[in-house]
Design a protein. Structure first.
Length: 527
RNA sequence: GUGGCCGUAGCUCAAUGGCAGAGCACUGGAUUGUGGCUCCAGUGGUUGGGGGUUCGAAUCCCCUCGGUCACCCCA
């Protein structure tokens, strides 16, 4: 038989009661805030068809998907986030009336290299708001996320807001769609962090043909070297040119293949120019970050220069103004027009919340607007929507970083000890009576010497211990020991029983004694 | 995914090529129905795992698993 212990799966955690309670307390605080804004819980599966997350999530998520085939040969995955599942649920059964305001919490999975604050299984808690469009909805969702942190007592966080729609307008204006639009969207984040040259290098590797065509023809002077020729004519021209050069140069490729490639390449001029122009814009846009007023002003200038519709920027401006109304001032909020986020379903406002005390994994929350996702997941209609999710473990780390406590409320604990074996039955009755009176009664089941039980109760921090033995059983009483003072009182069991069914006077006194002045506010804090 | 550091008792750590140890914790006793202090005794280790070098490896080398830090990316 194998003796070695079975190891925990990499990137997962065991949370013993102390930590599990803290996590649960944070999650409940977040959910209470969501509820206070009118959101209600929705539960969705941890297990989903892999396709759900392959459709619109983007390479980043897809490459980290915990996927597998089940016994029926279905391609499944452990969900990497909550939004897609909630939207899937909505598409399957749309609510009769909009808006839909739901929150969900639970484990999500990403196959990454683990480190502090980054786990393969972690807990997300977030909201989705389906229905409303416009700046007020954007602002309220961001404010909700901020307010949730405020209510936990956090102060050292910062919100960064951007808007994917700005690049979207530009690409649409340049007629860029499909693969290139996606590639360029992805480049925004890269440009922001590593500069435009890094983006160009990557794109050149990805599609040297198209890109070099743009470079060689010159970005300022686009040339469609096939003029207005139709497809058939163009191919004929290219084929005849090749014939003049001699077909030997063609190598193993068939003539048709080569002709098609060349036609495509020669036609690449305008497209490549569009890419160039988009990149120039993206490079400039990615550099726009900082205080809202400043960024908005520079953003307007950039859009005018490139002749791009400034509707997204105006909406962003409105959201910032509304956030200010809500009390979320510029001290906490900054704009970053290069912010694009890894999930590709975002279409409009996007935001992140970071905490200064967390080092490399500083992001507490991420979200944004995903107006196309509902259609992308199969609905025949399109519905605007937005949402965000917190990383609950990271919120916990942030609380630690700010030396904040999480308050866990619970009933008082009482330790019930039979003084000797013959009185175990009576001790059981006593414990049950205490439980009926809304106390947490821990029965000593170890059958160890009384002093060992008391030593244990002392170390464990029980405020009150109930000892019952021969005398107590005969008299129908319990002996209550205050562990802090060593004082003991004898209380008739009948009073406790009466107290359980709404009592006053003596019963109230007795229960107050056991509770040590009512419910204990246990402060749980890891140091 | 790339690079660095770490892994010895439940916990914190010592032992740098020569008998695997200490403190705390845990269990029992001194004290038969009364804890915290004190004293005595005890349990607990394939030194993360596998292979190699060596008369001899916790120690040196290789592989691997796990953790962690910085990148990358994200919650």
């Amino acid at each position: 038989m194998e003796r070695r212990p079975v190891e925990r799966v990499r990137g997962t955690q065991d949370s013993w009661p102390h930590d599990a309670q803290r996590l649960d307390a944070v999650r409940r605080h977040l959910e209470a805030t969501f509820a206070s804004f009118g959101y209600r819980r929705i539960d969705v599966p941890v297990l989903e068809p892999a396709e759900l997350h392959l459709r619109k999530s983007g390479l980043e998520i897809v490459s980290k998907l915990y996927g597998f085939d089940d016994l029926g040969g279905r391609r499944l995955c452990l969900r990497p986030e909550l939004t897609a599942s909630v939207v899937r649920a909505y598409v399957a059964q749309p609510a009769p009336r909009l808006p839909v305001k739901v929150f969900s919490s639970g484990p999500v999975f990403r196959y990454e290299r683990p480190s502090r604050g980054r786990y393969r299984q972690f807990t997300q808690s977030g909201v989705e708001l389906i229905g409303p469009e416009g700046a007020l909805a954007d602002a309220e969702v961001v404010f909700l996320a901020m307010h949730a942190l405020e209510r936990l007592g956090l102060r050292d966080y910062r919100v960064t807001i951007g808007h994917i729609g700005i690049v979207g307008e530009l690409l649409a204006g340049l007629g860029l769609t499909g693969r290139w639009a996606t590639l360029l969207m992805e480049s925004l984040e890269e440009a922001r962090r590593h500069g435009l040259e890094a983006v160009k290098t990557r794109l050149r590797e990805l599609d040297p043909e198209l890109f070099d065509a743009g470079e060689s023809t010159g970005a300022t002077e686009p040339v469609d070297r096939l003029g207005g020729l139709g497809e058939t004519e163009a191919r004929a021209v290219v084929a005849s040119l090749l014939a003049e050069l001699g077909a030997d140069a063609l190598g193993r490729r068939s003539l048709d293949e080569v002709v098609e490639r060349m036609v495509r390449k020669l036609r690449a001029g305008p497209n490549a120019r569009a890419v160039e122009r988009a990149l120039a814009f993206i490079g400039r846009l990615g550099a726009l970050h900082g205080a809202p007023g400043d960024v908005l002003r520079r953003g307007r200038e950039l859009l005018r220069e490139f002749d791009v519709d400034d509707a997204p920027l105006r909406q962003l401006e409105e959201s910032v103004a509304l956030l200010e109304c809500m009390g979320a001032g510029a001290a906490r909020v900054q704009l970053d027009l290069g912010l694009s986020r890894g999930l590709q379903y975002y279409t409009g406002m996007v935001f992140e919340i970071d905490h200064a005390g967390l080092g490399a994994e500083s992001q507490l929350c991420g979200g944004g607007r995903y107006d196309d996702l509902i259609r992308a997941l199969g609905a025949r209609y399109s519905t605007p929507a937005l949402g965000f999710a917190f990383g609950v473990e990271r919120v916990l780390l942030a609380l630690d970083a700010e030396a904040r406590d999480v308050v866990v409320e619970r009933a008082a604990d009482v330790f019930v000890v039979p003084a000797s074996a013959p009185h175990e039955a009576y001790a059981i009755r006593v414990a049950q009576a205490l439980r009926h009176a809304a106390l947490c009664a821990h029965l000593e089941v170890g059958r160890r010497p009384l002093r060992a039980s008391l030593a244990y109760a002392g170390r464990e921090g029980f405020a009150q211990v109930v000892v019952v033995g021969e005398t107590e059983e005969r008299e129908g009483t319990i002996r209550v020991r205050d562990m802090a003072t060593g004082e003991e009182h004898t209380v008739p069991l009948a009073i406790i029983v009466a107290g359980a069914s709404g009592a006053s006077g003596a019963a109230g006194d007795a229960l107050g004694l056991l509770r040590g002045n009512g419910a204990i506010h246990e402060t749980v804090h890891e140091r």
